[in-house]
Write a protein that binds this ligand. Sequence first.
Ligand code: PLP
Length: 234
Amino acid sequence: MSSIADNLGSVTRLIQKATLQAGREPGSVSLLAVSKTRSSEELREAVAAGQRAFGENYLQEALDKMFELSDLADIDWHFIGPIQSNKTRQIASAFSWVHSVDRLKVARRLSEQREPGLPPLNICLQVNINNEASKSGCQPEELPGLVSEISQLPGLSLRGLMAIPDPEQAESELRASFRKLANTLNELKQEYPQAGPLDTLSMGMSGDLEMAIAEGATWVRIGTAVFGNRQPKS
Ligand SMILES: *Cc1c(COP(=O)(O)O)cnc(C)c1O
């Protein structure tokens, strides 16, 4: 079995190669190591190998790991899971990014609850790009309204869009989904030039990161290819 450090090396090389092949700026794509269900020992191994950005889906699990790893400096915690509005206070204080904002109520609470001493919380709007009934994320039609409202909120920096396309799609459809998210971000940037940086596309996972990079991903969210197969959450 290869080590987490080896896996991080391979994924990093894949990202570099895909970035180059897409004719994009070296370093324009960042690796978010998705660490849901992984132990703090596994995260510690990844940190020792130089990884700093971790994506977590479950709040309590993430808080436990933050506590266990509080001796390590400079870890960048990203919340990427569905958000219950009664959990926003802890999300607002413990994370530096939230990729999964999909409604105004959650954004308002994160804004109110982000402590003024902290830098603005980086926000991506999660889009239900394939209109799947079971999936979280807003509908693309809701984005203009969300962007104009959320960009007014203090304590937040509106960075861009996130999607989890249906992985069962044919490759060409998956690519079209990534492209649609990229085009949508461009349209929003044109329409709302003051709305925030809008410089971020959080898309691409272990199975499709190269395609996502070809279509403009700036964060790829990689779990399995870094940590190995996940055990089902108990
Ligand atoms: C689990 C998860 C990932 C990582 O998936 P892998 O296929 O293990 O790379 C990425 N994004 C989100 C939102 C996830 O929940």
